[in-house]
Design a protein around this ligand. Structure first.
Ligand code: B12
Ligand code: SF4
Length: 535
């Protein structure tokens, strides 16, 4: 029996962009994609040897619907589910059987079953082989559900044999699953439960050693991305893991790596030292909001530890940079949220801010609440991607929410103030500066880039010129800025006609401009009333 795994694209319109795809970074470094969905890759890796497998990645080539196979396997995150359904429909039209797994199918199984023959719910490592046995015998029920979460020690290595690793920017690894918190916008506890589970440390080491390597240059550019929701979920385990990784790092077996944690990581300075020694160069921290009121209303109680400034300072002192995740559009957010967030980023010298528009994902409490209140515009899941506005925010117009989101990217990645934030980091950072060869390489690659815009080029020139003042240029960090700046420019198409006026409001912290806001609110109300009268 042959199983065809298909990684379906999110956007079929090639002019659309997702920041996490890092198109510019990949173009410059010679990769084709950031990463392939680890869920699909893990299920592929756990497929018993007796079955033939193949993989198509729609990001790399159009889908060949006629490839002979007995079963097509697809995965589903909410924002990709619309495309996954369309791909499934097309395969089924051609007489193929389709099975779907992943978060979205697990949260909305009935919807998914309208498009596929079978669904496998939840974490599927244990159920997948059983499903295949039953399917081969023609006895598989439509819906499979694991009675319990799989033992982390039995999670197979991702199916590396079926991909060319040189095409992907990141290695990926998951060491823990589950989360005891229950933030109202998050799907994780529903999917992976509220108990923390850990991959045995020796399995983690094996997985790192089994990662495919492709020559010293490719490996040097590649980074390892720990995809855990919270890498420090139990300190004792994290400590043991880091202590085991340190000697491997010293032997050059582990590249630079990043991991997602809460800001509580900074409370334990010894642990932070271990992070540094084990080669962690970036921590991804879910600040979510700069407003204490919002954090409380979302029941996000995990970030209260030190003052933010103390905590970020401790991380920076170890030469570790921060990806700060921020969400805008909560009901408690007013027009001041944009300036407050930007100022917070600059004041704390957060190097890589990542902004999202609140998306009440299916399965979350927030989704149910918005649905009950009739506030959701639609269930077009492709726009539940945190860069579309899909509901009426409470304290601003929807145009202002979109403009504010675009403004934050513009401010942080294309403006002089954004460049100054990068320069501040270079001045303080202890990491060695990029050498002449690296700088020349980046300049040469940028000069040939098809994606870099004139604004991007000008930003790069200004950044290179900063070397005189800061004493260094870090080419990897600059490249990330150019990529995000490219994304910021892509967002221009979503800005409202009032972007300039709105920017002035944001800059003023949302105050002193109440009249302008009211005037627009008023227009919006009139427009709506007119639309309703016409319908
Ligand atoms: C790493 C990560 C990313 C990475 C990589 C994503 C990727 N495409 O692989 C990046 C940074 C790119 C990313 C981006 C986004 N992410 Co994200 N991400 C995660 C994170 C932290 C881990 C995902 C992971 O690799 N898990 C490990 C694998 C092994 O687990 P898994 O994918 O669930 O797969 C298992 C099962 O689902 C199932 N399964 C999966 N596929 C299949 C297929 C078959 C055939 C079968 C049988 C079973 C099966 O079996 C697998 C093994 O148990 C999760 C949180 C989480 N715990 O899931 C959020 C999460 C998936 N992301 C989320 C969101 C919202 C986003 C973004 C919209 C955010 C943004 N602002 O851009 C984008 C959209 C991404 C997309 N459309 O692909 C939400 C998704 C909610 C939802 N309903 O879809 C999550 C759950 C986080 C949250 N707090 O709610 N993300
Ligand atoms: S946002 Fe983070 S802390 Fe909150 S429930 Fe999700 S995984 Fe847990």
């Amino acid at each position: 029996m042959k199983i065809l795994f298909v990684a379906a694209k999110k956007n079929m319109d090639d002019t659309e962009r997702e920041l996490y795809e890092m198109d510019l970074m990949n173009e410059v470094l010679g990769f084709e994609r950031s990463l392939l969905d680890l869920g699909l890759l893990t299920i592929l890796g756990g497929t018993p040897d007796k079955y033939e497998v193949s993989l198509q990645d729609e990001y790399l080539a159009p889908i060949d619907y006629d490839e002979p196979c007995d079963l097509v396997a697809l995965s589903s995150k909410t924002s990709c589910s619309v495309r996954a359904y369309a791909v499934a429909d097309e395969f089924r039209r051609r007489g193929k059987k389709v099975v779907l797994g992943g978060i979205h199918a697990s949260l909305l199984p009935d919807e998914a079953l309208e498009h596929v023959d079978h669904i496998v719910l939840g974490e599927a490592e244990a159920t997948w082989p059983q499903f295949l046995e039953d399917f081969e015998r023609g006895e598989a029920p439509r819906r499979y559900e694991a009675p319990e979460f799989p033992d982390m020690g039995t999670i197979p290595d991702p199916g590396y044999a079926n991909i060319d690793p040189a095409r992907f920017l990141f290695h990926q690894l998951q060491t823990t699953r589950g989360c005891p918190f229950k933030c109202r916008f998050c799907s994780v506890p529903d999917i992976s439960g509220q108990a923390f589970r850990f991959k045995p440390v020796d399995r983690v080491v094996d997985e790192i050693r089994n990662m495919p390597r492709r020559g010293p240059l490719v490996e040097r550019m590649k980074a390892l991305y720990m995809v855990d929701d919270n890498f420090i979920s139990r300190t004792k385990y994290t400590q043991e893991l880091l202590e085991t990784l340190i000697p491997l790092r010293k032997k050059g077996e582990i590249p630079d790596w990043s991991a997602e944690t809460t800001l509580n990581v900074a409370t334990d300075e010894k642990l932070l030292d271990l992070f540094q020694e084990a080669g962690c160069t970036t921590l991804i921290i879910g600040f979510e909001s700069v407003s204490q009121e919002t954090l409380k209303s979302m029941e996000k109680g995990v970030n209260f530890c030190l003052s933010y400034q103390e905590a970020t300072e401790r991380i920076h002192q170890r030469g570790i940079s921060i990806v700060g995740n921020f969400i805008v559009g909560f009901d408690t957010d007013t027009l001041s949220v944009f300036k407050d967030t930007r100022d917070f980023v600059f004041e704390n010298n957060i190097l890589y801010p990542f902004f999202s528009i609140l998306a009440p994902m299916p399965g979350t409490e927030l989704h149910e609440e918005f649905k009950r209140e009739g506030r959701l515009d639609h269930f077009d899941w492709s726009r539940y991607d945190t860069r579309h506005v899909i509901y009426d925010p409470k304290n601003m117009s929807r145009e202002q929410l979109m403009d504010g989101y675009a403004w934050l990217y513009e401010q942080c990645y294309t403006s002089d103030a954004g460049l100054a934030n990068l320069a501040r980091f270079w001045r303080r950072e202890e990491r060695p500066a990029s050498g002449l060869m690296e700088r020349l390489y980046l300049r040469w690659k940028l000069s040939r880039s098809k994606l870099l815009t004139p604004n991007g080029r000008a930003f790069a020139d200004r950044a290179f010129a900063l070397r005189k003042e800061t004493g260094k240029v870090d080419v990897a960090q600059l490249l990330y800025y150019l990529d995000s700046g490219h994304f910021a420019e892509f967002l221009h198409r979503y800005r409202s006609d009032h972007y300039a006026e709105n920017s002035a409001i944001f800059e003023a912290g949302g105050s002193d401009v109440g009249d302008v806001q009211m005037q627009w609110e008023d227009k919006r109300v009139k427009r709506r009333a007119a639309a309703m009268a016409g319908s």
